[in-house]
Design a protein around this ligand. Structure first.
Ligand SMILES: NC(=O)c1ccc[n+]([C@@H]2O[C@H](COP(=O)([O-])OP(=O)(O)OC[C@H]3O[C@@H](n4cnc5c(N)ncnc54)[C@H](OP(=O)(O)O)[C@@H]3O)[C@@H](O)[C@H]2O)c1
Length: 263
């Protein structure tokens, strides 16, 4: 199936590993030119033809720096994927462990800067070019935005804000030809789940249980009916399809193995 992406340009935030890196590879394979953003450049990213920009997107100035570089490299932006997230396991673990009285402002602020403000700021800087090219913004949210009370509160609430931002972008810029879509993964086999020092790996060590057994236990408790985590490539393929020319905007798509039960 020709997605009609060849020759177009993309900016992918958080493209050095996980879902972002799988997406970079997918978009390059479709013939797109890609700029990525992350704090480090991994061996996997180096092997691709993407132009890597090292930047901390949780800062106020990082997003504009990224878009300035992307416009120099690409000449304009057809697709922006706001994928950056999770970041450091410590923050994620605090959000999962502490209740609202205990979870301090600095954790909330960092989580919102990384997941919500980065997307708002990168989108704002990229919008003039996206409007000119009738482009697309895809925000990578989470099933956590639909079940905010389960899991890290700061993360889930920031993802709910991100999903809401998609609706505003679709509404305000749809008339100018820009589409905005949310993709909400459930469990995806990135370092968060697979790395022994990632979020789930550390939980397994703390609880003294085998890593694999804990993954299975969480999947069952979360109602993942397929019984497995998704692959980063499965999420990347959906994003590539949504980026192809179509009339989809303002909607949310899940890759969650059946986790979300409500209609
Ligand atoms: N994996 C899951 O189960 C899952 C489920 C639902 C939603 N999601 C969402 O999917 C997205 C990708 O998750 P993932 O699992 O692929 O995460 P990941 O493997 O941890 O990758 C995160 C990416 O973001 C970059 N990053 C982190 N902090 C950054 C910062 N301050 N500035 C710039 N780049 C930064 C990382 O690169 P550096 O470390 O080099 O900066 C990396 O490229 C996230 O938004 C996450 O919330 C994931």
């Amino acid at each position: 199936m020709d997605l009609h992406l060849a020759g177009k340009t993309a900016v992918v935030t958080g493209g050095s590993k996980g879902i972002g890196l799988a997406l970079v590879r997918t978009l390059l394979a479709e013939g797109m030119r890609v700029v990525t953003a992350s704090r480090t450049i991994t061996a996997g990213l180096k092997e691709t033809a993407a132009v890597p920009v090292t930047v901390d997107l949780s800062t106020a100035h990082g997003p504009a720096e990224l878009v300035d570089r992307a416009l120099v490299e690409l000449g304009g932006i057809d697709l922006l994927v706001n994928n950056v997230g999770v970041g450091d396991t410590d923050d994620f673990a605090k959000g999962a462990r502490l209740n609202l009285i205990e979870l301090p402002d600095d954790v909330w602020e960092h989580t919102f800067n990384l997941h919500f403000y980065s997307a708002l700021r990168v989108s704002r800087a990229a919008l003039p070019s996206l409007v000119e090219r009738r482009g697309t913004i895809i925000n990578v949210s989470s099933v956590g935005a639909r079940s905010v009370a389960a899991g890290p509160a700061d993360y889930n609430v920031s993802k709910a804000a991100l999903s809401a931002l998609t609706k505003v972008l679709a509404e305000q810029f749809g008339g100018k030809g820009v589409r905005a879509i949310t993709v909400s993964p459930g469990p995806v086999g990135t370092g968060v789940w697979t790395d022994p020092d990632g979020f789930v790996g550390r939980m397994a060590k703390e609880q003294g249980v085998p890593h694999d057994a804990l993954v299975e236990q969480i999947l069952a408790a979360s109602g993942v009916t397929t019984g497995r985590v998704a692959t980063p490539e499965e999420v990347a393929r959906l994003i590539a399809f949504l980026a192809s020319p179509n009339n989809i905007t303002g909607s949310e798509y899940f890759v969650d193995g059946g986790m979300i039960k409500n209609v």
